[in-house]
Design a binder for this molecule. Structure first.
Ligand SMILES: Nc1ncnc2c1ncn2[C@@H]1O[C@H](COP(=O)(O)OP(=O)(O)O)[C@@H](O)[C@H]1O
Ligand SMILES: Cc1ncc(COP(=O)(O)OP(=O)(O)O)c(N)n1
Length: 281
């Protein structure tokens, strides 16, 4: 975040700038829409590079269409070259071509801008959001550029090539070898209290676990996008990784607890849960 008050120095910004590079969820619960709502709730300035358009609702993803690499590149350059960015979150990238495009764009970021990679492979309903041939690109091209990668248990098993019953700490250890600085394996799809395991690539580090009470609520659409965007927002505000994950976990836990029904299927987490008392609704 640029805050220097020096005359003639950089303009003092009221807050941090956070960019999401992700797909649109027409239903508003996940994707770009969840990311921007999360950023707003964290008081940062949210910006977006759209990678794909999905026709999606509470029942699943009916169809999706990737944007061209030119469209993705142009959006990224427009934002980064003029407004600047303090943290980036990536979500649905859809195809190997777009993963390679985004990886190349991330290489042009100023030194030290944190990149949170949510390796989105499918929606909660099991609808694919990544072409089959793109998994290798996600692992080999994007993960080495991540400050932190945030797979759920299924994505961690796919990316590591380990079985779905593998312990989260072992999945994290396998993924750290793919090159990110940190791995956060999310435990939302396990039984019992949802526990997320954070591991640093730094030598000799021990995993840190973040546990919350499981909300007895089926309205959990957008949990992964929300957690990753909250981490990116906190990193942009200057938190260290452990503090950013702890705060993001608290935010998503409250959002799931207050998730609400919309449509016939799985409703969204409530991105405004902390502000409802002030809004009066
Ligand atoms: N029922 C729940 N109660 C509380 N937290 C949850 C619940 N389901 C998921 N979470 C949390 O939401 C975040 C996203 O996890 P997960 O659902 O595993 O990811 P994804 O949305 O990518 O599948 C994690 O922090 C996880 O622990
Ligand atoms: C456009 C788009 N991006 C990502 C997802 C997956 O989001 P996630 O937060 O993991 O939520 P669920 O789909 O698992 O509820 C998506 N659905 N759409």
């Amino acid at each position: 975040m640029t805050t220097s008050p020096e005359p003639g120095g950089p303009v003092a910004l009221p807050t941090a700038r956070v960019l999401t590079v992700a797909g649109s969820d027409s239903g508003g619960g996940a994707g770009i829409q969840a990311d921007l709502k999360t950023m707003l709730a964290h008081g940062v300035h949210g910006m977006s590079v759209l990678t794909a358009v999905t026709a999606q609702n509470s029942l699943g993803v009916q169809d999706w269409w990737p944007l061209s690499r030119e469209a993705v590149t142009a959006q990224f350059r427009s934002v980064v070259d003029d407004i600047g960015v303090d943290a980036v979150k990536t979500g649905m990238l859809g195809t190997a071509e777009l993963i390679e495009t985004v990886a190349g764009l991330l290489d042009t970021l100023p030194e030290g801008v944190p990149v949170v990679v949510d390796p989105v492979c499918a929606s909660k309903h099991g609808d694919p959001l990544l072409t089959e041939d793109a998994l290798a690109a996600l692992r080999d091209v994007l993960l080495p550029r991540a400050t932190v990668v945030t797979p759920n248990l299924g994505e961690a098993a796919l990316l590591s090539g380990l079985g779905t019953g593998t312990a989260p700490a072992a999945l994290a250890a396998a993924l750290v070898a793919a090159g990110p600085d940190w791995v956060l394996v999310k435990g939302g799809h396990s039984e019992g209290p949802p526990t997320d395991v954070l591991l640093s690539a730094a030598d000799g580090s021990q995993p840190v676990s973040f546990t919350a009470e499981r909300a007895d609520n089926t309205h959990t659409h957008g949990t992964g996008c929300t957690l990753a965007s909250a981490i990116a927002s906190r990193l942009a505000l200057g938190h260290d990784m452990v503090a950013a994950v702890a705060a993001a976990k608290e935010y998503v836990t409250g959002g799931v607890r207050t998730g609400f029904p919309l449509g016939e299927g799985i409703g969204p987490v409530d991105h405004l849960w902390q502000l409802r008392p002030h809004l009066g609704r």
